[in-house]
Ligand binder design. Structure first.
Ligand code: NDP
Length: 352
C-alpha cells in the first residue's frame, strides 16, 4: 500500500467500538454430516485477532465461496467458518496504525474465507498487509462487483500483455474468453473490449448471450465439449483467458496462434489438462498460470487502478446482481451446477 503510516493507536481488539452482537453467515460441518449454513448472532470475540477491524459493506459470491458454503472439500481448512473470500468496507479501528478510521478498503484472497473468517458478516478483521485502499473513483459496491473473480480477470489480461498481447487497430487482436458468463468471464470480456480487443466468448448458457454481447463480445461460441482434443488445431487466438480448465483449456491451447499465450486461472470444468507438449514446442504457445490469492499486495493498487479506469461501469451493471447473505446457500448450489438460469456474472452480497 502507498499509505503513510499514522500514529500507532493503543486500542486493543476488545476495545473496538463494536456492537455486542452482529449478524453473520456461519458454516458448520461435523464428521459424517452435511454442512449447516445459517445466519447467526456473532460476537466480536469470535473474530480472528488481527489488527484491522472492518465494517463490511459488500462481499461477493465466487466459485470458491460456493464450494465453502456447500461444504465441498478443498477450500475451508477448519469449521466453523464465516465464508466470503473478499469484501469491501470501512475501517473501524486499526491497532497497527496503518489505516485511519473511516478509510475505505478492499480485501481479496490471502486465505480469507478459507483459513480465516471472511466477508459474510457485518464485521471482519484482517492483517493490514492484506488490505488495499479503495480507488477514489470507485464505490465499495463497484469494488465487489469486480471482487476476486474480476481482479483475477485483470491479472490474466496483464499477464497476456506482459507476454506480448496488444490491441491492434480496429479490434483485430482476437482473444477467447472461456466460462464467459461466469464472474471471471464477464469481467474479462468487459475489460478486453474496453481495451480494444476483439473478444470471442465461449459460453454454454444461451440466455446469457445478449448480456455477453452488450459487454463487448463480438462472437459467441458454445462450450468445447470434445472428449478428445487434438494438441494442435487451427490457429485462431492471439490470446486466451481460461477459467474452465480440463478439455476447454486443452482445446484453447490447441487453437492458440504461434508464440501466443493462454492465461489459465480456473477449474470450473475440470482439473485435468488433456494435451501434449506439441503446442508448446511446435508453436511456442505459453501457458501462464494465474493466482490471485497470494498476488503481492504491493502491486495490487496498480491493478485496482487499472480496473477502476477500464471497466465500463454503465454496461457492467447488467452482469451484476445484488443478494443478501440469507440467499447464499441456494445460490451457491446454482452456481456450482454451471447451468443456472438465474446467475450471470458477478453476485454482490449486501452485508450492511
Ligand atoms: P463462475 O461459476 O462464476 O463461472 C464459471 C463459468 O464456467 C460458468 O459461468 C460457466 O460459464 C462455465 N462452466 C461452469 N461449469 C462448466 C463445465 N462443467 N464445463 C464448462 N464450463 C463450465 O466462477 P468464477 O468465474 O468465479 O470462477 C471461475 C473459475 O476460476 C473457478 O474455478 C474459480 O475457482 C477460479 N478462480 C481462480 C482464481 C485464481 O486466483 N486462480 C480467482 C478466481 C476464480 P458458461 O455458462 O458461460 O459456459
Amino acid at each position: 500500500n502507498r499509505l503513510s503510516p499514522i500514529r500507532r493507536l493503543s486500542t486493543s481488539a476488545s476495545s473496538d467500538t463494536l456492537p455486542s452482537t452482529f449478524k453473520g453467515l456461519i458454516v458448520e460441518k461435523t464428521r459424517g454430516n452435511p454442512p449447516i449454513s445459517e445466519i447467526r448472532d456473532l460476537t466480536p470475540s469470535q473474530l480472528p485477532d488481527f489488527d484491522v477491524t472492518v465494517k463490511v459493506e459488500y462481499s461477493t459470491l465466487n466459485y470458491k465461496d460456493a464450494l465453502a458454503i456447500t461444504g465441498a472439500p478443498g477450500v475451508v481448512r477448519s469449521y466453523p467458518i464465516v465464508p466470503g473470500i473478499d469484501y469491501a468496507g470501512t475501517v473501524v479501528s486499526d491497532r497497527s496504525g496503518t489505516f485511519e478510521k473511516g478509510t475505505k478498503v478492499i480485501l481479496t484472497g490471502h486465505g480469507v474465507g478459507e483459513k480465516y473468517w471472511g466477508g459474510y458478516a457485518e464485521f471482519a478483521r484482517a492483517k493490514p498487509s492484506w488490505l488495499v485502499k479503495l480507488p477514489e473513483s470507485m464505490t465499495t459496491k463497484q469494488a465487489m462487483s469486480i471482487g476476486t473473480a474480476g481482479f483475477t480477470a485483470m491479472l490474466c489480461i496483464n499477464a497476456l500483455e506482459k507476454q506480448g498481447l496488444s490491441p491492434k487497430h480496429n479490434f483485430q487482436t482476437k482473444v477467447l474468453v472461456t466460462g464467459a458468463s461466469g464472474g471471471v468471464g464477464v469481467t474479462a470480456i468487459a475489460l478486453l473490449a474496453s481495451l480494444g480487443y476483439r473478444v470471442t466468448a465461449s459460453s454454454g448458457r444461451k440466455w446469457t448471450h445478449e448480456t455477453l454481447t452488450k459487454l463487448g463480445s463480438k462472437h459467441i461460441i458454445d462450450r468445447f465439449s470434445d472428449e478428445k482434443v487434438r494438441p494442435i488445431d487451427k490457429e485462431l487466438w492471439d490470446g486466451v483467458v481460461d477459467s474452465v480448465g480440463g478439455v476447454t483449456l486443452a482445446k484453447a491451447i490447441s487453437q492458440c496462434k504461434t508464440n501466443c499465450a493462454v492465461a489459465a486461472c480456473g477449474l470450473a470444468g475440470g482439473t485435468s489438462l488433456p494435451t501434449s507438449v506439441f503446442p508448446f514446442i511446435l508453436r511456442g504457445v505459453a501457458l501462464l498460470g494465474i493466482d490471485s490469492v497470494y498476488y503481492p499486495n504491493a502491486k495490487r493498487d496498480e491493478v485496482w487502478s487499472r480496473i477502476a479506469a477500464k471497466v465500463p461501469w454503465n454496461l457492467f451493471e447488467s452482469a451484476t446482481t445484488v443478494r443478501r447473505p440469507n440467499e447464499l446457500s441456494e445460490m451457491a448450489n446454482q452456481l456450482l451446477s454451471g447451468k443456472s438460469e438465474e446467475i450471470i456474472g458477478r453476485t454482490v452480497v449486501d452485508c450492511g
